[in-house]
Design a protein around this ligand. Structure first.
Ligand SMILES: [Zn+2]
Length: 286
């Protein structure tokens, strides 16, 4: 990216954090063939059409098996302590690891993960970490503490700050499980001319180990059968993100799901759930 563009986007970011300074303008997004209201480079979310309390797995096409007990906790005893759920079919099959809530303001991801607790796979096991950054989820905030970004802290550090310790715990847990696929559920709100638009995207760094799934998803994109608006691909993952490090160092296939915060919340949750189910179906798990 050109330096001038970078400076410009920094200035624009500054503008949007000054309340009342940025006017709201409709901006056309070619990838989605639709206009959305933006304050600076950040889209304005429509009013919530669903609440966390009202989420019902059956509304999203899932069986409901009641409240599940966590299988174990990461960072137990810390204020970043967060539960991992095991959705076990009891039958042989692959393991898939799903995490959400890395960025607490990207609610559709972790709301979808909450709904997915009602998932009953028909083969294999799903490890589900619904609120990776539980402090961020509680505060509906991107960060763990101060300006710590969990998704720039991988592979983490046991002796580092909260986000680095959390990243270490998550990364080691994924390596231990050694799943065939990791799905990392996020959302995008920013649009900058000349930069990759991340809304309605699947991010990959390389597709080693998930070649067939990748082409299956590519077909779904071309046939517009996945998502209310088609999901495209973008690559690679940001440096020091889970996507980057798990692909380049861990050798485990990972897709980062990005819904767009310009759409209604219920649509974004449904898209997140549908992508997860699509991938599980591909592996014969749903
Ligand atoms: Zn994110």
């Amino acid at each position: 990216m050109k330096k001038t563009t970078h400076i410009l986007s920094l200035l624009l970011s500054l503008l949007i954090i000054l309340p009342g300074q940025a006017e709201v303008k409709n901006i056309y997004i070619p990838d989605l063939d639709q206009s959305f209201p933006f304050a600076g480079i950040r889209v304005q979310e429509p009013p919530d059409d669903v609440t966390m309390e009202s989420l019902d797995a059956s509304d999203y096409g899932l069986l409901v098996m009641g409240e599940k007990e966590p299988h174990y906790y990461l960072e137990k005893g810390q204020d970043t302590q967060t539960p991992v759920y095991l959705l076990d079919s009891g039958k042989p099959g692959p393991d898939v690891y799903i995490l959400a809530g890395t960025h607490g303001d990207e609610r559709a991801g972790w709301y979808a993960a909450h709904v997915l607790q009602g998932l009953v796979p028909i083969a294999g096991r799903v490890f589900l970490l619904p609120r990776a950054n539980i402090l961020g989820c509680q505060a509906v905030n991107r960060h763990v503490k101060a300006s710590q970004d969990l998704n720039r802290a991988y592979p983490g550090n046991q002796k580092g700050d909260e986000s680095q310790r959390l990243a270490h715990a998550i990364y080691q847990d994924i390596l231990r499980v050694n799943p065939v696929l990791v799905l990392d559920l996020h959302e995008a709100a920013v649009f900058t001319q000349g930069r990759d638009f991340l809304g309605n995207k699947l991010i990959f760094t390389n597709f080693t180990g998930m070649e067939e799934l990748f082409f299956d998803l590519l077909t779904a994109y071309e046939e517009a059968t996945l998502g209310r608006k088609p999901f495209g691909f973008v690559s690679p993952g940001e440096k020091d993100s889970l996507n980057d490090v798990l692909s380049n160092q861990g050798g485990i296939p990972i897709l980062t799901v990005e819904t767009f915060r310009g759409f209604p919340l219920s649509h974004r949750i449904q898209d997140q759930v549908d992508i997860v189910l699509h991938c599980l179906r591909f592996y014969g798990m749903y």
